[in-house]
Design a protein around this ligand. Sequence first.
Ligand code: ADP
Ligand code: ADP
Length: 223
Amino acid sequence: MIELDGVAHSYGGTELFSDVSLSMGQGSFHFLTGPSGAGKTTLLKLCYGELQPRSGDVRLFGESRRKMGRNDLARARQRIGVVHQDCQFLDHLPVRENVALPLIASQRPVPEGDLDDLLGWVGLSAQADALPPTLSGGERQRAALARAVMTSPEVLLADEPTGNLDWDMSVRLLSLLIELNRMGTAVLIATHDLNLIRTAKSQISARVLRIAGRRMQLAGADL
Ligand code: ADP
Ligand code: ADP
């Protein structure tokens, strides 16, 4: 569904990585790891078409990013859920409306029952009417996850979703992501937390990719 083929990226004159290839098939589970600054966020931006690759090719649902116009990209983006590192809520709107925002923004009807189910799934039924600034870190991340899956995307990309969470909450969030994957969503998680990856690998089969030294490699069992 998302394919990167020999992709390179640089900011200014500084090359971040080159020759990166990745293929996210239906129902696949990937981790992307590597030190801070290695380019994980940049790679996610390439995966959802936010950035054009400087060289190589990115294909979203079989279509080359280079050949996609604005409407093509918008259509592809509706099939991809993204949990950004800084959750970015509209602070004056309650959690419920923030979660429904992807539908509201594209003028689609909000199925209230589904929204309730989704809030229940992430454990935020009691916070549905709360304003985002009153949420804890774990609640924010779960709200961001709910918002990302509101449109039932086929692919979910999460950037350091457990970045500021304690271990118990990290595991809880991971469980939600694993559950989503078991229901058929392809998942890619960018994280530097190797404990999280080890915990996931004890439950599901996931491919672990590591960006280091400007290349991406498949990590072995020696995590
Ligand atoms: P990671 O997610 O692995 O921490 P990033 O992709 O966020 O890595 O960033 C990789 C490097 O690229 C960092 O050194 C960062 O400062 C730099 N960078 C990120 N975005 C930009 C940008 N828009 N312009 C210039 N440099 C950037
Ligand atoms: P530190 O506790 O110094 O951060 P550790 O390697 O002990 O370093 O743990 C790294 C992270 O993993 C910590 O956030 C820790 O709380 C968390 N952690 C706690 N329990 C476990 C566990 N059973 N398995 C893996 N990681 C755990």
